[in-house]
Ligand binder design. Structure first.
Ligand SMILES: [Zn+2]
Length: 291
């Protein structure tokens, strides 16, 4: 099986508040082991996490070898105070605090830096994000600062403006990337940025009743079209399911993601897709690792 390039071991695909709450009085190994067992069952031997604020992914990295899993983590994700990201990381207020968090991540052994630069999808309203995201200038500076310190960058990034700024700044991996426009998709396809479009969190909502299916379907269809567009133009794609997100179980989530990805590019091009996904995974394995 392919590696899981976008997971949240702190979450369980059901109820993130309850899942995070299990680690309230210190990291609990039980749920971590449960999730590793699920990956082992699905024959997943590589996992890249998005980090968390409670040291869960740091502990997971210690346990991972027992399950034959090569597990990478940014330790915590970094977000700007007052913006989205509190559930997975630490906040900064101003340039100096950001630099300090990057230094800290590096010092504590992060495999890469994870930044949050945009909002989330509103699944009940096609085309709408929970917030606009950071400015192009802020995004550029965040990526360049991490690169200057020798760290690769994974960015949670939705919306056209933030994505354009991030790709231009030489972002390493773009996560989600919903609602990109044609020019940005062209730029993405020509860039070295690996796109991890995380189709499963949207796809798995279909029929669940939490959101109107016609909105969810529009979101999914648009993203799959964009994946196809970038694939056709030779862009770099990565396989990551956002496992741990609502209705995306560890292990099974990656199979769901792969099924949607194959559907997006068309059955006749699966061999080429496989090759492209393997290439991206090898790059991530080689480059997004603590020094
Ligand atoms: Zn995520």
């Amino acid at each position: 099986m392919f590696g899981e390039c976008h997971a949240h071991i702190i979450m369980d695909g059901k109820n993130y508040k309850a899942a995070v709450g299990l680690h309230r009085d210190g990291v609990a190994d039980g749920p971590i082991r449960e999730h590793f067992a699920a990956w082992q069952q699905a024959d997943v031997t590589f996992v890249r996490d998005g980090g968390d604020a409670r040291g869960v992914s740091a502990r997971a990295r210690e346990i991972a070898p027992e399950y034959g899993i090569d597990y990478r983590t940014p330790l915590f994700a970094i977000h700007k105070k007052g913006h989205y990201g509190g559930i997975v990381g630490l906040a900064f207020n101003g340039r100096e605090e950001y630099r300090e968090l990057v230094r800290r991540a590096k010092r504590e052994g992060a495999d890469f830096i994870k930044i949050m630069v945009s909002g989330l999808m509103e699944f009940d309203r096609y085309g709408v994000l929970t917030e606009e995201g950071l400015s192009a200038e802020e995004i550029r500076e965040m990526i360049e600062t991490a690169h200057d310190m020798g760290m690769k960058v994974m960015a949670h990034c939705n919306g056209d403006g933030p994505a354009r700024a991030a790709i231009r700044a030489g972002l390493d991996t773009l996560e989600h990337g919903d609602y990109l426009e044609r020019d940005t998709l062209d730029m993405l396809a020509e860039s070295r940025t690996i796109w991890v479009p995380t189709l499963a969190p949207t796809g798995n909502l279909l029929g669940c009743g939490r959101y109107p299916d016609e909105q969810v379907e529009q979101i999914l269809r648009r993203q799959m079209k964009c994946v196809r567009y970038v694939f056709d133009r030779g862009g770099r794609l990565g396989l990551g399911s956002d496992a741990g997100a609502y209705l995306v179980p560890h292990g099974q989530g990656l199979l769901d993601e792969y099924a949607l990805m194959k559907q997006a590019v068309g059955p006749e091009r699966v061999p080429e897709l496989n090759e492209r996904l393997r290439e991206s995974e090898s790059w991530i394995k080689k480059e997004m690792k603590r020094g």
